[in-house]
Design a binder for this molecule. Structure first.
Ligand SMILES: Cc1cc2nc3c(=O)[nH]c(=O)nc-3n(C[C@H](O)[C@H](O)[C@H](O)COP(=O)(O)OP(=O)(O)OC[C@H]3O[C@@H](n4cnc5c(N)ncnc54)[C@H](O)[C@@H]3O)c2cc1C
Length: 468
């Protein structure tokens, strides 16, 4: 039940800090298993980055561009059949950049055909590339980096690297120097059957999830920041929430991994060797977004659901993240997304660096945001002619916005880089009852990765609580 802080129990089996998809899913699994669960979220709304907001007659989805088919099974097994039924395929994904323009449904068959027919790759080579990706296993000792993987199959073909890598880079700032294994697993997940979305929008999904959590007896508190994770004799024993101490037998932190360790638990509770690893963990990059809503009665023709666009003549992950914006991903939401409305919205997403926004004075910050909106409208005009005159709402989010709403250091959109996973998984070895289930690396991030990590960690907590 959504509760006020004063109405909470004095003790829970488990306190979950944060209601991102990792925290929400862990809470649901633990609640179903009969544990006394408290889920505490600092924002007034559930969802973390998987969120939405309302302005005028519009609802804007923040992070609903697409996820792999695996989300359907995760919803069915760990949420409900009804939630799973809302997962539907995204129809058309377009790439448009100086190297190529094409439409794809993002399935392996279509991607292979595009490699052969559009990029003139021999079919055997394209298939061998996919085979290598499919055989990648996270636990393998494989040091290959993305650039080496692409060079092996498509030497000198920056256009093909763009085709294969740009969507993943757009999403989470992955670079060509990162382990090929993380790219391979995420890309293969998408390739299995295309890209999917939640029909009805993020608002409906979160409403349905809230009902499910309440049904499973999870206590929910929002607008409450967990300030401290209490530890006694190397064992978690509670949390301080808005100044109030609440006892528990275990904590799952869905907050950023580094804040969990450095801020909420405190470095004094960890071994020096562990802290050395912690200090090597890099935060992931952040995002900017521009939100556009059409005036009532205005419309535009179908232009695809997801458009990966760039004006840069070649592909470079550095350029994708630069504040001199050349790359924009447009998510286009037609009225069919929310049947019964006639709302058209467009969300443009850009990768960004926190440093490019962090120190700006308020007036410069507002001016830079407005410039980003104006540039986006000018660029989008080629796909939706007259867009600037059709809208009645525009707004922009920056890394500062993401930091404000999620408390992630640097406004990180995808938690930490891949080295965070090992640290996250080894937290329980440092302190009994301390667990983390939030975005780390690209495998445990994104809607599917975060939700699945929530399940994995909830199962670990179940084993821990059953044994003590
Ligand atoms: C612009 C953008 C677009 C994206 N698009 C996609 C997409 O199309 N597909 C996809 O799969 N993924 C996408 N993602 C990524 C995806 O949304 C995230 O990886 C995923 O939702 C993260 O879930 P999480 O469990 O790690 O938690 P998060 O979403 O990071 O949530 C953590 C929660 O913890 C709360 N919290 C933190 N500290 C405290 C505290 N001390 N006390 C209480 N609460 C606290 C925060 O408020 C937050 O609600 C996108 C991300 C961004 C930013």
């Amino acid at each position: 039940m959504k509760k006020k802080l004063k109405d909470l129990k004095h003790e829970y089996d488990i306190i979950i800090i944060g209601s991102g998809l990792g925290g929400l899913t862990a809470a649901n699994v633990m609640g179903r298993n009969g544990y006394k669960v408290l889920l505490a979220e600092h924002h007034f709304q559930l969802g973390g980055l998987a969120t939405y907001f309302r302005r005028k007659q519009h609802i804007f989805d923040v992070a609903l561009h697409g996820f792999p088919i695996g989300m359907k099974k995760t919803m069915r097994k760990y949420w409900s059949k009804e939630l799973a039924e809302h997962i539907v395929q995204v129809k058309s994904i377009r790439f448009d950049n100086p190297q190529f323009s094409l439409d794809t449904d993002f399935t392996k068959i279509d991607f292979t055909n595009k490699l052969v027919e559009h990029f003139a790759v021999e079919r055997d080579i394209a298939e061998a590339f996919y085979r290598e990706l499919a055989e990648m296993n996270f636990y393998d000792d494989n040091n290959m980096i993305n650039m080496e993987l692409f060079d092996k199959y498509f030497p000198g073909r920056n256009d093909i690297v763009r085709f294969l890598m740009e969507p993943i880079t757009y999403a989470n700032g992955s670079t060509l120097d990162e382990p090929a294994i993380t790219y391979g697993i995420v890309f293969s997940n998408f390739m299995s059957k295309g890209v999917y979305t939640f029909a009805g929008g993020t608002d409906l999904m979160l409403q349905m999830m809230k009902q499910e959590l309440e049904k499973n007896g999870v206590d929910l508190v929002t607008s409450t920041e967990v300030e401290h994770i209490m530890v006694e004799n190397k064992q978690v024993c509670g949390a301080v929430i808005n100044g109030q101490q609440i006892a528990c037998r275990a904590v799952i932190s869905n907050a950023n991994l580094l804040s969990t360790i450095n801020k909420y638990v405190g470095r004094e509770n960890f071994s020096a060797e562990f802290l050395r690893k912690v200090d090597e963990v890099r935060l992931n990059s952040s995002s900017c977004q521009v939100y556009l809503g059409l005036k009532p009665g205005e419309s535009f023709d179908y232009i695809g659901d997801l458009l990966f666009t760039s004006t840069c003549p070649f592909f470079s992950p550095e350029k994708v993240i630069s504040s001199d914006i050349t790359s924009r991903t447009y998510s286009v939401y037609y009225p069919e997304m929310r049947p019964g409305t006639d709302d058209y919205t467009v969300v443009a997403s850009m990768n960004s660096r926190y440093e490019d926004w962090a120190e700006l004075k308020e007036t410069d910050y507002l001016a830079k945001k407005q410039q980003m909106i104006d540039d986006t409208l000018e660029h989008l005009d080629q796909y939706i002619p007259g867009i600037a005159d059709k809208i009645d709402f525009s707004e922009a989010a920056t890394p500062r916005t993401f930091e404000h709403y999620t408390l992630h250091g640097g406004g990180a959109s995808f938690g930490t880089k891949f080295e965070g996973l090992d640290v996250s998984m080894k937290l329980p070895e440092q302190l009994d009852g301390l667990f983390h289930a939030g975005s780390v690396g690209i495998i445990m991030s994104g809607w599917l990765g975060a939700a699945n990590y929530g399940v994995i960690v909830a199962n670990g907590v179940d084993r821990y609580l059953s044994a003590i």
